[in-house]
Design a protein around this ligand. Sequence first.
Ligand code: HEM
Length: 449
Amino acid sequence: MTSVKTFTWAEVEQSAFKKKTIDDVNAGGPALMVIHNKVYNIGAGTGFFKFHPGGAVAISQLGKDASGAFEVFHTENAESMMSDFYVGDLAPSEVPKPNAFKDDVDALRIKLTEMGAFKSNKLYYLFKVFSTFSIGAFSAATIVAYGRTSTLAVVFAGLVMAFFWQQSGWLAHDFLHHQVFKNHSYNNAVGYLVGNVWQGFSVGWWKDKHCTHHSVPNIHGEDPDINTMPFLAWSEHALELFHDIKDADVARFFVAHQPILFFPILGIARLAWCASSIRFNIGEKAKHLDPNQALIEKLTIALHWMWLLPLTFVFCTPLHALLFLFCSECGCGVLLAFVFVVNHNGMPVYTAAEAKKFDFYELQVRTGRDVISNIFSDWFTGGLNYQIEHHMFPTLPRHNFWMAQPLVQDLCKKHDVPFHKTTLLGGTGEILKRLDGLSKAAGQIRIEN
Ligand code: HEM
């Protein structure tokens, strides 16, 4: 009988040292993570990234207990493949104590499944696809009719287009978290249409960034969504390296004025994400994409610009074309980024060492902000006002979040875990207060040095 190899946490953590990209991992040595007290190696020679649909997101879990992150993103199909990467167990003395909060989350997942909460309503999503498309079509029709004659209509059409892209973003988000179909290819297909062709982002880029955010929310240096320096600082941790960062002068200016510059900065978010989408598909990361996916990405992103630019420049005067692009691109930046900010920013930010104190699911609760549900907030945020429930169960369809919320709240109350829920306005106030506090703290650093 062959004995099972055992590992200590120190060995697991050591294996992750300086492994931040697929190339780092493939350069050599084991790359370990723990899932349900078993140790898996996704390092050089295992071929993990050649097959893994979640791509580089798994790197966020190297050296860690990846149980929660694994549970939220995978089906039984993935479980059946785990044996290919299994290399041993945690040594008995290293096995963490059972976590009562996580046990209750597991029981809640079973309860929600029995309640039918994970079943999507296909008619609801059909309605969302058509109603969202209608917003874009209305904007386009306005441009065709008035692009050469009415400045007011052009501004109006630009703002309507901004809402079209924002709502497309929420819709692509649902499909790409596999909330709608059991068959992941169907979800991805709609994701490419709505996310790439309609909205102009890249599915591959988005999954990489967004699923990493889900895996390490508000962890300083790991969550890409709070990596906004030199423009905005979201925590004291971001200020610690104030003097060392490359763009220190830019950072000093922006952070000093961040409560005022906050909304204008959001205005460039969409353009930055469009640019990142293109970079992702032609840069270093593209070489790790499946060749078919790489082709679909390029074609569908090209299709976006092939409908948007002719619509703008053929049916508008040059000045109106620029005005339309400004209103739609910057308007959408604010509409999208504002919702992301309300979801997490101004909530606690932890270092990786601090985050270790919390189970994966507890971290999701502590770093998320729910916004009170009403017809407007549900529509405007695409259901992401139930941010905490979404982070705990990303495959839960948006129209069923309401079923989970009271149960999650009870669970948090039972375990004394702070569950934060406020209005859209209240959340905005918290964010501006946090930005202001950090701006003042940054000023102190300047004076002391
Ligand atoms: C031995 C470990 C792992 C195996 C065998 C594995 C396997 C798979 C498989 C087969 C899928 C396709 C969906 C499914 O069939 O469930 C998948 C998707 C995914 N995996 Fe993993 N995975 C592992 C670890 C991880 C880790 C640690 C993460 C980090 C969070 C991760 C992130 C993802 C994500 C985000 C997706 C969804 C991709 C999409 O939506 O297209 N995986 N994985």
